[in-house]
Ligand binder design. Sequence first.
Ligand code: HMG
Length: 391
Amino acid sequence: MTHDPAIGIHDLSLATTEFVLPHTALAAHNGTDIGKYHVGIGQRSMSVPAADEDIVTLAASAAAPLIATHGSDGIRTLVFATESSIDQAKSAGIYVHSLLGLPSATRVVELKQACYAATAGLQFAIGLVRRDPTQKVLVIASDISRYDLDSPGEATQGAAAVALLVSADPALLRIEDPSGVFTADVMDFWRPNYRDTALVDGQESITAYLQAVEGCWKDYTEQGGRALQDFAAFCYHQPFTKMAYKAHRHLLNYTGHATDEDAARRALADTTGYNTVIGNSYTASVYLALASLLESGQDLAGKPVAFLSYGSGSVAEFFAGTVAPGYRTAVRTTAHQQAVTRRREVDYATYRQLHATRLPADGGDHATAEQTTGAFRLAALRGHKRIYTTR
Ligand code: HMG
């Protein structure tokens, strides 16, 4: 069921990092057969942040085109979803609010639940717009996925931000009721406050994801959702793109559908383009899947698309959206492809140095190396404050 008026994603813009490491370089370093990366997990390259990039600069880069196109009129709420938080108190969204020159009459908040939080932000935004359809909500998902060097997770790193403008009469996607939701207390992946890389039990995390798929699908059907065969495509959270295929196969088995590999591939193939070359962007991943799908050659106008948003720990939500008529005129294909192709390739040694780059742990004053060529930079840490600049 769509809302009256229809509410959903009016515009979507993505940004990623200055640098990229191809999986061939990682494989050459650790002696892994490249087939494991290209086929086994379905990844070709990973976005690597420069020393002067963080979740704020990525988020501002993603959201700036939305403000340039639509202005800030009607935006009274900015929701920043991340699990790569830079502060225990202050929302990263406030820096973005400042960098984009948004009006002071805005509420700004940061949300966290691993990779799931942007979907919570989207649902909260829909509630706000339903209450007052003249309002718009800026939902930004921004994350840097960083695992320990030489760990199994290393090949699934990445970084990106996606900004969504949520409004009535959306030009891209009308979000439907109901949603199916699921929560279970699992220690599959977590990052305690004293660590800057995640702890993960890889196989346990895959099992937890698949259990969550079952749980939120069961709730979705109990809430009166659509039949599985209604959907033209499925956008899954993609920590690595092969995971989407595992999840979909699991859902087909669970619901008693024959696993037709060709049909499964058709339902997912157009959703993996950005995630394959960017890597895990946590909260942004499922919305990168949507960007890939909308920018593919398929004519999706009026068609229902399914979303499976998963965040370790764990929370999942299954929901649907109907692609708006005329959506092709509202997609940002050229800019998005440029964001990916403009990345500069680094060799393995440079990647290792970047991986180790941190602001001083004691908060001492520090000027970052000027590496990014993007519009927003994290220029320094001064008096324990992050200093951002705009080009
Ligand atoms: P691993 O032990 O390095 O790899 O861990 P593997 O041995 O499981 O192999 C991976 C696949 O490659 C297997 O395929 C192999 O057969 C295949 P599968 O059996 O699974 O279909 N393979 C090959 N294929 C072709 N040619 C070859 C070859 N060799 C092997 N030569 C793992 C992989 C994903 C566990 C690891 O990278 C990891 O721990 N990643 C981080 C955790 C993760 O991404 N979990 C996913 C679910 S949890 C989630 O999505 C939430 C998350 O995004 C966080 C959040 O919510 O905040 C992570």
